[in-house]
Design a protein around this ligand. Structure first.
Ligand code: AN7
Length: 354
């Protein structure tokens, strides 16, 4: 445990004798069973895969460790990515650990505070692009194509390889594949990676079945559902504010091969799930991550019978990434008191012990 993705899954990853066994302890994240939400919505066995427990607080670390190790192996000195925030935080951290220069291109003013603070803290070069994520990714791809810089977005196949390990872990923990996997979809690398992981495990007979892949995009940023790119995607879930996903076709393949679906959830549904997760389960995630649970709730409400199903919702990133959303949704006012125990006890209406 704590050995990291490269060592733990080396036989399933592009690890050679020359690959540095980089790790910051990524992977091996908890798969916790729902205490209340599952019952509330008639779901047989509901699990949350807490990817926010990775070293930089999101699932990106699983793929980044592989991409950065391979960049080191290839002799690159600079890594580059475009990002809605989490990829940049992860690239900056692993770049720092590997002694590489990290350059991150972010849509100007659209990155959640926690994520931007990570890129800054890890010492990355942050370039705010006057455009959205899709424009930033186009630029990153063009630069990496023409210059000696390693692109660590999920168009880099090593990212997908690393991220597929989460599917292996779910199978190991449950002893089987879940019936359904609910997952947020942005650039669509993660749904691609999970499907690859489940299929490989199935081919190796580590699992006897495959899950139905249930991907969810935010309603205002749902190009795959619409069937065409969205020029100006909008959603409170800034991580998945993406109008032209790089892994579009492999997401469709995951959907169709698994007999699943890619659907939408509104910002209201995302925020409802975000609040329910925190208040009923003690799981604090970022808004994009709640799209998985919002999708499960929406499916249950629409009459999908999950009463005897085992389902896993991927909680892709930690709530501390985007604290402003939590503060904006406070149900209770914060109170003030003088530094005096008696006053506080009175405010609580507490009875003295006898
Ligand atoms: C918390 O960081 O695209 O469908 O640049 O941060 O694999 O893109 C983040 C995406 C879900 C969507 N949940 O995953 C980036 C970036 C969280 C995320 C997604 C992202 P993909």
């Amino acid at each position: 445990m704590g050995e990291g993705v490269l060592k733990r899954y080396r036989e399933y990853l592009p690890v050679t004798a020359d690959t540095p066994m980089l790790t910051m302890g990524e992977g091996d994240t908890p798969l916790v069973e729902s205490r209340r939400l599952g019952k509330e919505f008639g779901i047989g066995h509901l699990f949350f895969k807490l990817e926010g427990c990775n070293p930089t607080g999101s699932f990106k670390d699983r793929g980044m460790v592989v991409a950065v190790a391979k960049a080191m192996e290839a002799g690159h000195t600079t890594i580059l990515c475009a990002s809605t925030g989490n990829t940049s935080a992860s690239a900056a951290a692993y770049g720092a650990a590997a002694g590489l220069e990290t350059v991150v291109l972010v849509p100007a003013g659209q990155i959640a505070a926690g994520k931007l603070s990570q890129a800054v803290a890890y010492g990355a070069r942050v370039i705010q692009i006057a455009g959205n994520f899709d424009a930033a990714l186009d630029i990153a791809r063009e630069v990496a194509e023409n210059y000696d810089i390693s692109l660590v977005n999920s168009v880099n196949p090593h990212r997908i390889e690393g991220q597929k390990t989460a599917a292996f872990e779910i199978i190991e923990t449950l002893g089987a594949a879940p019936d359904n996997l609910f997952i947020p979809v942005g650039n669509a690398g993660n749904i691609t990676a999970y499907w690859k992981g489940f299929k490989e495990a199935h081919d190796d007979e580590r699992a006897s079945s495959l899950p139905q892949m249930m991907g969810f995009q935010a309603e205002g940023a749902a190009p795959i559902v619409a069937g065409h790119p969205i020029a100006d995607p909008q959603t409170i879930a800034s991580a998945i504010r993406i109008g032209n996903p790089a892994s579009w076709s492999s997401a469709i393949t995951a959907r169709d091969e698994s007999g699943g679906l890619i659907g939408t959830v509104s910002d209201e549904e995302i925020l409802e799930a975000y609040k329910l997760l925190a208040r009923m389960e003690g799981v604090f995630c970022e808004p994009a991550s709640a799209a998985s649970v919002a999708g499960a709730i929406k499916s249950a409400r629409a009459g999908m019978d999950l009463s005897s199903s085992t389902i896993a919702c991927i909680i892709t990133g930690h709530g501390l990434k985007d604290p402003s959303v939590a503060m904006g949704l406070a149900d209770r006012p914060q109170e003030e008191a003088p530094a005096d125990a008696r006053t506080v006890a009175d405010m609580l209406g507490a009875r003295p012990k006898r």
